[in-house]
Design a protein around this ligand. Structure first.
Ligand code: SAH
Length: 275
């Protein structure tokens, strides 16, 4: 067989396989399978291969995706055992064998989830790709602690930011001036620079802050303080990732069955008065 024909045949095989294979990016929600959408569960039930992250609801994958090979690409903050480019290659390669590949991600695939990069990689390889949105932790994790992001007369907007890299001074200035509620994902490491930056740009030191760790797990924990106190409160509580930060007056409305936000804030404010 001449080289040209062999190449054409191979391409035909690949094209045929690509037509048969497909990729579904599924937003898995904040970690508990009952917050997975019906569409997400349906995609998993039809999956041949599932690549999942640590923050996705992976505990029950054997039941949710009974026919699939399960691949842990287990991202944890600062530790990606499989690089993003390798994850994209794995998704595409499996799809090119004709498989239905589900990429199961935490929360929503398009909220700080690099979902868009994975869609682009599929498109570049000619693999059909579909995105099933998920319940984002930005909204769901505050709710797990009983914190509404908006409340008429208290906050009529919320801004979601990534704390993965430190915010610039101009971003902090804009955030401080916006009002409303600020939600920070991946913000445990940058908590001091965020709180100091907001205060530097005029946010009141008494503005309430909540940190909700491991939402929807058995070890969910909420730490409440103010812009002035929260760095100390977080250190005392040994706060760690994954956690969502909520900054704003809505934190006063928290009701999570533990000590009420009002009590915790009163304590933080009393301590601030003494110091
Ligand atoms: N795409 C995801 C976010 C990915 S970034 C979404 O829409 O939710 C990862 C960050 O999300 C974590 O560092 C943390 O800030 C937050 N997060 C996700 N699940 C969480 C959970 N169950 N509890 C607390 N924070 C969570």
């Amino acid at each position: 067989m001449d080289d040209g024909k062999a190449r054409a045949d191979r391409r035909e095989t690949l094209d045929g396989a690509a037509r048969a294979g497909r990729v579904t990016l599924v937003g898995g929600g904040p970690g508990t399978s009952d917050l997975l959408t019906v569409a997400g569960a349906r995609a998993l039930a039809e999956a041949d291969v599932v690549l999942y992250d640590r923050l996705a609801p992976h505990g029950e994958l054997a039941t949710l995706a009974p026919h699939a090979i399960l691949i842990d690409v287990g991202k944890t903050p600062g530790h990606h055992p499989v690089s993003q480019r390798d994850i994209e290659a794995l998704i595409v390669c499996h799809a090119l064998t004709g498989a239905h590949v589900v990429r199961l991600k935490g929360g929503d695939p398009y909220v700080f989830g690099r979902g868009s990069e994975e869609v682009v990689a599929c498109q570049a390889a000619g693999v059909p790709v579909r995105v099933v949105p998920g319940v984002t932790s930005a909204v769901a994790v505050p709710a797990a602690a009983g914190i509404p992001l908006t409340h008429r007369g208290v906050s009529h907007m919320f801004t979601v930011v990534s704390g993965h890299a430190p915010l610039t001074d101009s971003e902090l200035e804009h955030l401080a001036g916006l009002g409303g509620t600020i939600v920070v994902l991946m913000g445990v490491g940058t908590l001091p620079s965020i709180t100091q930056g907001l205060v530097r740009h005029g946010a009141p030191t008494t503005l309430p802050v909540a940190i909700i760790e491991r939402g929807y797990s058995d070890s969910q924990a909420t730490t409440i303080g103010t812009l002035a106190s929260i760095v100390f409160d977080a250190a005392a509580a040994r706060v760690s990732s994954p956690a969502v930060l909520v900054i704003g007056e809505v934190v006063r409305l928290a009701h999570d069955g533990d000590a009420s936000a009002a009590t915790l804030l009163a304590r933080a404010e009393a301590l601030a008065d003494v110091s």
